[in-house]
Design a protein around this ligand. Structure first.
Ligand code: ATP
Ligand code: MG
Length: 364
């Protein structure tokens, strides 16, 4: 059993609170992605689980055991870093074998384990080479093989793909997902890349400034972001967010935005009333906006970005920041500089508290 539980874990470096009261339960065999911008405390959290960093406060348990005072080598975990940290003078085989040797596993047991790990990562033909004779992707695979060779209870991975070029990253990403399934292992995977998080994680835990913002399956987090930070961090291009307010006129509930008023169900009124100051932010993902001559929002096309299969129509609404409309490549293309009208799908409209950033929903 390799359930990993963080119970009110805090880490301070002097005045800096790198991790602030983090509570997180990673299930046995789960692939959990820790996601957030640079400096939000991801590596610190991972290093505390590994035992490379002490806790200022809280408890960490791996399996049934609280490990706060357990040495890293006795925690039954393996860590893979962005830098492969292979031994340059050792062959691939010796590098993979290293953790077994240092644990004094007898030689006749070591060889089949090394071969199995090498096979799992497609390294069988490279076992005699030195790291300098490998590509970056191959080196990262050696680092992964070295991590899996002794079958730890959990893997901790800190941006293991970020040194790879874009194409290799996509390929290795898929290989890692397969590997995790095959090993049936618990993985805690740190990244600042939301695409990696969306594609790899059973669940994503999003951090900002040392504070956990939301934990959930990728689709849930995408569809119901808990706050503005998560709404803007997940999704590329990100969710459009503009200041607005809810007004009721003639019995009809309307979302007032700088580009015009949008008729919405009454539940939006109930949601907006939960705002701490009455100020709200309206969020709409680019795929939930469309160019429609009868749409309620007035906008001007600033630029159009074509990506081949789709295009991003970047518009200005009044003096507000830009909003992006995602179009399929076969939809009619508006002219740059032209005035257009936009329609938002009601199901795709999110409301947030303008001051606290918290998601606003009508009481059930
Ligand atoms: N040993 C240290 N001493 C002082 N401050 C530290 C130390 N290690 C990390 N920090 C600070 O703690 C905060 C979190 O750092 P951490 O390395 O966990 O961020 P991260 O989310 O992994 O960022 P990145 O994506 O850039 O790797 C940062 O403000 C960082 O400067
Ligand atoms: Mg880091």
């Amino acid at each position: 059993m390799a359930r990993v539980v963080l119970d009110h874990v805090t880490k301070r470096f002097g005045d800096v609170t790198a991790v602030d009261d983090l509570c997180l339960e990673v299930e046995d065999r789960e692939f959990l992605v820790l996601l957030g911008p640079s400096g939000c405390g991801k590596s610190t959290a991972l290093r505390m689980i590994a035992g490379l960093e002490s806790l200022t406060d809280g408890r960490i348990a791996i399996g049934d055991r609280v490990v706060n005072d357990v040495e890293p080598k006795d925690r039954d975990i393996a860590m893979v870093f962005q830098s492969y940290a292979l031994y340059p003078h050792m062959s691939v085989a010796r590098n993979i074998e290293f953790p077994l040797r240092s644990r004094k596993v007898p030689e006749d047991e070591r060889t089949p384990l090394v071969q199995e790990a090498a096979r799992a990562l497609g390294l069988t033909d490279l076992l005699d080479r030195k790291p300098a004779q490998l590509s970056g992707g191959q080196r990262q695979r050696v680092a992964l093989a070295r991590a899996i060779v002794r079958r730890p209870a959990a893997f901790l991975m800190d941006e293991p793909l970020s040194n790879l070029d874009a194409k290799l990253r996509v390929q290795t990403r898929a290989e890692l997902i397969e590997l995790q399934r095959r090993l049936d292992a618990t993985v805690i995977y740190v990244t600042h890349d939301q695409v990696e998080a969306m594609t790899m994680g059973h669940r994503i835990a999003i951090m900002n400034d040392g504070v956990l913002q939301q934990v959930g399956p990728p689709q849930d987090v995408y569809e119901r972001p808990a706050n503005l930070f998560v709404a803007r961090f997940i999704g590329a291009p990100p969710m459009n967010t503009i200041q607005g307010s809810v007004v009721v006129e003639g019995g009809e509930t309307l979302l007032a935005t700088p580009g015009g008023r949008i008729a919405v169900p009454d539940a939006f009124g109930a949601a907006a009333r939960r705002s701490s100051t009455g100020e709200i932010v309206v969020g709409v993902r680019p795929e939930h906006l469309e160019v429609d001559p009868s749409g309620p929002i007035e906008a001007r096309v600033a630029v159009i970005e074509s990506l081949g299969h789709e295009r991003h129509v970047v518009c200005r609404i009044g003096d507000e920041p830009l909003v992006i409309v995602r179009q399929a490549a076969d939809e009619p293309r508006p002219a740059e500089g032209s005035s257009v009208r936009l329609r938002a799908e009601v199901e795709g409209i999110h409301l947030f508290d303008a001051v606290t950033g918290v998601r606003l929903e009508a009481p059930a």
